[in-house]
Write a protein that binds this ligand. Structure first.
Ligand SMILES: Nc1ncnc2c1ncn2[C@@H]1O[C@H](COP(=O)(O)OP(=O)(O)OP(=O)(O)O)[C@@H](O)[C@H]1O
Ligand SMILES: [Zn+2]
Length: 738
């Protein structure tokens, strides 16, 4: 028999399965982790298939070296299928698929050291090298090349002559401990609460889901419920139903910050059988949770994006909460869409998917329209509480009237009222830092990152001011004079959360503010701590970026202020109107969720924009109809799907040439197909990032199945053709164009 092995490789053009002979003494199975020779190296890989020898290529094959199943888990059949799906749909490498499906801690790290071989002599190797290899028990390839100036060909020769020998050792990421460990002991006790009595609308939705669970055919529901309509209670009870039937369930939330609240809610319902998975856990935590799921000690998983790959068996129900969120798209290889993976797994397990949102993505609603998904609605808040009353403030008017504060009169009064009554407010601004643009009044130049085509954001750190690039992290001191003309007349535009915080302190003496953004939540546990403080009424205002926009449920919040609604409206992406509408409805949904009624004040320079008008009325249908007409006219998603190729290189000319070549190849492959549109090579939205130039080529099509082969072929061909230094990435079903 021949084993077909997936190996984690960096070079993409050679990404394929590799064939190895299976030595008689090895009992291997599909999914096993094995050690194999690869070039002059020894690496680990996973057996994805076994084949009889006849089918394999005629050339001579090398044998597998050994089984690693005592160190690392074997892939389950579903995992292998899932890897094939990821590869097929998102054109990723086997290695990327493998890394996605197994948590890093389960993968063994192999390190190889060159040690003295049987025929090592001082005459051959030199006195110094022999001494070094003796003293340090070998050396890495890097040391030999860098410190002893030995070239790679020489190394290979010495290996062949057994002057040197490779000593391979394995280390799990967790240090010396064996990877497969015992279960976690001393579970905490949970005080369980009973399910709430469902409202009529909740009951109808719940029954529909139960019916589908009984039928055991995969089906997707869209739970369209206004904010505070009790979607979560429906999820909880549907999950309970699935568990009672002996199935497992998964609950995905869009932000790691939300996992804590959701996890607490789930533990109150289901106790210790809940596991949590997200990327902020330590390696050890990740590994413990992963194994609890694998060993079937946990049958409910709460988590962010990557939790969709949790090793659950017998899945009955997958819930994706706030399904419209961008965070459900992975922006590195494999660039998967969580909803698609969920549907794939649901099909595999004959399970049910619930996509929940107050503002479903257009893609999702379009599928409802076409009959692929089933719509369930919760049109009202629990207890018939009113949605927040929305007031739109035209900031142009404010300026005309001579109010130049960051807070309009309406917002100022509302904040004063909240403070006077001892209630709480949420202030939302989708921009961190102090100010975002530094513009020279004389020459008009903006301060930009030297490596990226991005303007620098001013941050106040301690007592000093720093300019920072939000893409590459480049920092420099604040410039006193314009870099291009030397003028001292530099003006700051665009307030970020830091500046809002300062303005709050200045205008509302004694105000207690918690600021939550990427800059303040870097530490582990920071989210929980800040939300906890706000919950305990230790602050009057929670100020933050999109991480505070959704999911949060605080009883005392009666006011939500949106400082600048225009930021997301003017992003160079055709989804910007949709994002703005979703964001406004979500943020507004944080107010008045309990006894006290809530209001929202939205400051904008474009009060007449349809996204803002629809948000004022919280009218999803109106927004949907208007935006769909725009999308149809442009033949943009959901009427088509977009695959974006990005070509990056330090030389703009090289990047453009490759992009143009790629465009031509696509033209050749897809010529004359009227359901396909190929957009010419142009600079990407961010034309330069971290010092490299970026060009994009986009393909719009109505059916991926019909273009998949052509796109895959062109991508592989370009990878093979591209010289070193050229990075070509492909984003199938791109959600963000940047
Ligand atoms: N049947 C019910 N009876 C009483 N209270 C309920 C019921 N269902 C939900 N609630 C309560 O109503 C509030 C809102 O519910 P929930 O958080 O589930 O809404 P949601 O639709 O998920 O909200 P959002 O999308 O805005 O986060 C919660 O405090 C919840 O405990
Ligand atoms: Zn930069």
């Amino acid at each position: 028999m021949i084993a077909k092995v997936a190996i984690e490789l960096r070079a993409k053009p050679v990404d394929r399965l590799y064939d190895y002979l299976i030595p008689e003494e090895l009992q291997v199975q599909v999914g096993d982790c094995v050690e194999v020779p690869f070039g002059t190296r020894v690496v680990t890989g996973y057996i994805l298939a076994l084949e009889s020898e006849k089918q394999a290529a005629q050339r001579e094959l090398r044998p597998l070296l050994r089984l690693m199943t005592d160190q690392t888990p074997s892939l389950e059949p579903e995992m292998i299928e899932m890897m094939r799906f990821l590869k097929d749909r998102y054109l990723c490498t086997w290695g990327a698929a493998l890394q996605t499906i197994l948590p890093p801690v389960t993968r063994v790290k192999t390190s190889a050291r060159y040690v003295l071989g049987e025929f090592a002599t001082e005459a051959e190797l030199g006195v110094a090298l022999v001494a070094y290899l003796k003293r340090y028990k070998g050396a890495t390839k890097k040391t030999l090349v860098d410190q002893f100036a030995i070239n790679k060909r020489q190394l290979d020769t010495w290996l062949q002559q057994n002057v040197l020998r490779l000593d391979v050792s394995h280390r799990s990421r967790l240090g010396k401990r064996r990877v497969i460990a015992e279960g976690k002991q001393g579970e905490q006790a949970f005080e369980l609460e009973v399910p709430l009595a469902l409202s009529l609308a909740q009951e109808i939705a719940y029954r529909e889901v139960c019916k589908a669970l009984d039928q055991q055919v995969s089906q997707t529901f869209v739970l369209h419920g206004v904010t505070g309509s009790g979607k979560t209670e429906v999820y909880l009870q549907a999950i309970e139903y699935a568990l009672r039937a002996g199935k497992t369930a998964m609950m995905l939330v869009p932000e790691i910050a939300l996992t804590t609240q959701m996890m607490a809610r789930f533990q109150r319902r289901f106790g210790a059988r809940v596991a949590v998975l997200h990327s902020r856990l330590t390696d050890r935590e990740k590994y413990e949770e992963w194994y609890r799921i694998l060993r079937q000690e946990a049958d409910v998983v709460v988590g962010a994006r990557s939790a969709i790959f949790a090793p659950l068996r017998k899945i009955g129900l997958i819930v994706i909460d706030e399904e419209h969120e961008q965070t459900y798209k992975q922006e590195t290889e494999p660039r998967y869409v969580v909803r698609e993976v969920a549907e794939w797994r649901a099909k595999y397990h004959q399970a049910v998917v619930i996509l929940g949102s107050a503002t479903p993505s257009l893609e999702t609603m379009y599928r409802v329209e076409r009959g692929r998904y089933t719509l369930l609605s919760l049109p009202q808040r629990i207890g018939e509480r009113a949605l927040a009353d929305v007031q739109i403030v035209d900031m142009r008017e404010e300026f005309r009237k001579g109010h130049h504060s960051l807070f309009s009169q309406a917002l100022t009064h509302a904040l004063q009222e909240v403070l006077a009554k001892g209630e709480q407010a949420i202030l939302f601004l989708n921009r961190r830092g102090y100010t975002t643009i530094l513009l020279c009044r004389d020459c008009g130049e903006a301060a930009t990152c030297p490596d990226c085509d991005i303007s620098l954001t001013l941050h106040k750190v301690g007592g000093s001011s720093l300019l920072r690039c939000h893409f590459c992290g480049h920092t420099e001191p604040l410039r006193e004079v314009c870099a291009s003309c030397g003028s001292e007349r530099i003006r700051q535009f665009g307030a970020g959360t830091q500046k809002i915080e300062q303005a709050l302190f200045e205008q509302f003496p004694g105000i207690r503010v918690i600021r939550m953004d990427v800059d303040t939540t870097g530490k582990k546990g920071a989210h929980e701590q800040m939300l906890g403080e706000f919950e305990r009424n230790e602050a009057d205002v929670l100020l933050g970026t999109q991480m505070i926009a959704k999911g949060l449920d605080f009883a005392r919040v009666t006011l939500v202020g949106v400082v600048a609604a225009d930021i997301s409206l003017h992003l160079p992406d055709f989804r910007s109107a949709e994002r703005t509408f979703q964001l406004l409805v979500q943020v507004g949904g944080r107010a008045g969720r309990h006894e006290m009624p809530g209001r929202m004040i939205v400051q904008t320079f474009s009060p007449e924009h349809y996204a803002i008008c629809a948000a004022k009325k919280q009218d999803y249908d109106q927004f949907y109809q208007t935006e769909m007409a725009v999308r149809k006219a442009m033949q943009y998603p959901p009427y088509t799907e977009i695959t974006q190729f990005l070509i990056a290189h330090a030389s703009e000319q090289v990047a453009y040439n490759i992009a143009y070549l790629l465009y031509e190849e696509l033209q050749n492959e897809l010529f004359g197909r009227n359901e396909v549109r190929i957009l010419a090579a142009v600079p990407a939205s961010i034309p330069r990032l971290r010092g490299v130039y970026r060009y994009q080529v986009m393909v719009l099509y109505t059916s991926f199945a019909r273009v998949k082969e052509a796109i895959t072929r062109v991508y592989r061909k370009m990878l093979a053709k591209a010289k070193s230094g050229v990075v070509i990435t492909v984003d199938v079903n791109a959600q963000m164009l940047f």
